[in-house]
Design a protein around this ligand. Structure first.
Ligand SMILES: NC(=O)c1ccc[n+]([C@@H]2O[C@H](COP(=O)([O-])OP(=O)(O)OC[C@H]3O[C@@H](n4cnc5c(N)ncnc54)[C@H](OP(=O)(O)O)[C@@H]3O)[C@@H](O)[C@H]2O)c1
Length: 278
């Protein structure tokens, strides 16, 4: 039997767990990973979507697909999927993708605090809990990859944007980087990636699933985001910004932010000797 071609270049692809697989980027991960021979565990709240996707992918690729439905911002559902992940001995891939945006404004007196708490629970709590669950067997096997779907919002902080979305995604990128550094320190082969898309066509933008272009280009299609994520497996990058136009946006914001007085430094370090003489 010829080995299937897959992004990890392994003889026998194991299991991939994908959260938020009922649409958009998560659904694309499910389609692409199943075509590469990975068995899937897919989760989201919309059972009907998961069932029809599972039926299609089983039939097309002859792989096994398990479904777990539930709201990952709720402790019971989160524990159910976390405990299940801990039982998967041949876990190769975890995609922490479930997420949402909001038009609520944190500083508005009428804003609904429940939405922001749900966002913290989903983007930060569920990501951390499922990483912890997945790392057990991945470390035992010294193999596997976790893709945490963050955003370029994690790297750019504009006053005009909604603070909670940017800050929860900033947690995802920072935590991914810190945990990968910890794994590098013990010479583990397990890899972590914080995938940072810019505007991407999906239902996060509403029923029509149509995103507007970003400042320097785009929008992208979910499959392009997934391709970039999977290709990053072969390199050492931890923070993976999807596409040159998105890199341009992050770099422009960083240059402005770091050079603008009152944003990052209140002291002139060149006079205190903090900055080495050139
Ligand atoms: N599209 C963009 O422009 C863009 C850019 C940067 C980053 N991202 C990030 O990409 C990720 C995927 O989003 P997408 O763009 O593909 O949007 P999407 O099509 O709306 O997908 C979001 C997925 O998350 C699931 N989900 C949402 N809330 C959930 C909850 N409480 N519990 C369990 N599952 C939940 C949804 O499924 P159910 O509704 O069935 O539960 C759906 O499958 C998100 O983390 C998002 O922040 C998107």
């Amino acid at each position: 039997m010829t080995a299937k071609i897959n992004f990890m270049d392994v003889e026998e692809p194991g299991i991939a767990v994908i959260t938020g697989a009922s649409s958009g980027i998560g659904e694309s991960f499910a389609r692409i990973l199943s075509s590469q021979g990975f068995d899937l565990v897919i989760t989201a709240r919309r059972k009907n979507r998961l069932e029809s996707l599972a039926a299609e992918l089983k039939q097309k690729h002859g792989i096994n697909v398990e479904i777990i439905t539930g709201d990952l911002s709720q402790p019971e559902s989160l524990e159910e999927i976390a405990s299940y992940i801990e039982t998967i001995n041949n876990l190769d891939v975890l995609v922490n993708n479930a997420g949402f945006g909001t038009t609520e404004n944190f500083i508005s007196k009428n804003s609904d605090i429940n939405i922001f708490m749900k966002m913290i629970n989903l983007h930060c709590g569920a990501t951390a809990r499922l990483m912890h669950a997945a790392l057990k067997n991945m470390q035992n096997n010294d193999r596997g990859v976790i893709f945490n779907i963050s955003s370029i919002a994690s790297l750019i902080l504009y006053g005009s944007r909604e603070p909670m979305y940017h800050s929860t995604k900033a947690f995802v990128s920072a935590f991914t980087e810190m945990v990968q550094l910890k794994l590098n320190f013990i010479k583990s082969k397990v890899k972590l990636k914080s995938i940072c898309p810019g505007n991407t066509h999906s239902e996060i933008w509403g029923e029509s699933a149509t995103a507007a272009p970003g400042k320097f280009g785009g929008p992208m299609h979910p499959e392009e985001v997934v391709d970039i994520a999977l290709n990053s497996y072969k390199n050492r990058d931890i923070i993976v910004i999807t596409g040159d136009h998105n890199i341009e946006e992050v770099v422009e914001w960083r240059e402005v932010a770091y050079n603008k007085p009152g944003r990052y430094f209140s002291r002139d370090f060149s006079k205190t000797g903090f900055v080495k003489n050139k």
